[in-house]
Write a protein that binds this ligand. Structure first.
Ligand code: ZN
Ligand code: ZN
Length: 265
């Protein structure tokens, strides 16, 4: 089976702890077929990613890696954009993206009202916090040009220690709306394996959400480790594949020039 880790950060992200070359070396060592870099990007001046990414240097580093690893590794050039839907960033984001030629765009909710999820929950009840998170994801899916929803249900990473997990049955309605909107707009979801490494112990999103996505007719899935350092690159990739197979999926996708290409599971 071909393995493509499609959520990887390097030092081009504010919280990255490896270089492009280090990630590629590790991918080769593990026998991966490819990886896609998805550096953080935000046009919100309150987000730590704001003006952090040196786009041209990032592009050059990936092109250099493509030459170095030619024939050994398929290397994708992508972004993980924080809250691409928020009004104050729309125009600047649209302008910035005009000059970008990307393979893959992850849309992620890391903040609500420009406040980090971890901080946001401090003044909220469990239901207020989770409901606000899913509403924010829905707004993103309704209005933006992204390839997949990043780590859908990530909020529990931060909310879990204080509130515990959300009751899937209580949020089934809004999650259904998120997934139906995504399917209708040609947006996929990623299985983000970092959840296995956190207290939650299951990927983002959870198997319940994955099953619902399948039942709604969703078939567009990517797999990403969200590695910020080489030691967790492609971590739990095979476990995610097992989960996908158990849920009845036959393929996942890798993105090239913003187009999904099925990979057999
Ligand atoms: Zn993220
Ligand atoms: Zn990420």
């Amino acid at each position: 089976m071909e393995r493509y880790d499609q959520h990887v950060h390097t030092r081009f992200s504010f919280d990255g702890k490896m270089d492009v070359d280090e990630a590629c070396e590790e991918a080769v060592r593990q026998g991966l077929d490819g990886l896609t870099f998805t550096e953080h990007f935000s046009m919100d001046e309150l987000d730590p990613s704001y003006h952090f990414l040196r786009y041209d240097a990032y592009r050059a580093a990936v092109e250099h890696a493509r030459e170095t690893y030619d024939g050994r590794l398929a290397i994708g050039f992508g972004l993980e954009i924080s809250e691409p839907h928020i009004e104050k960033c729309r125009a600047a984001l649209a302008e910035a993206r005009q000059t970008m030629t990307l393979d893959f765009v992850i849309g992620s909710v890391h903040n609500i009202g420009s406040v980090k999820l971890r901080r946001f929950m401090e003044s909220k009840t469990k239901d207020e916090a989770y409901a606000a998170y899913f509403r924010e994801v829905l707004q993103m899916v309704q209005s933006t040009d992204i390839d997949v929803i990043g780590h859908l249900d990530l909020a529990k990473r931060y909310f879990f220690p204080r509130f515990g997990d959300y009751a899937f049955a209580e949020y089934r309605g809004i999650i259904t709306e998120i997934l139906q909107t995504a399917i209708a707009r040609g947006i996929g979801i990623e299985i983000n394996t970092s959840g296995y490494r956190n207290a939650v112990g299951v990927p983002y999103p959870s198997p319940d959400v994955l099953t619902l996505y399948r039942d709604l007719g969703g078939r567009r899935i990517t797999i990403g480790s969200d590695a910020h350092s080489a030691d967790v690159l492609a971590k739990d990739f095979d476990r995610a594949c097992d989960m996908l197979r158990a849920a009845g999926f036959r393929t996942y996708n890798r993105y090239i020039a913003r187009e999904p290409h099925p990979v057999a599971l």
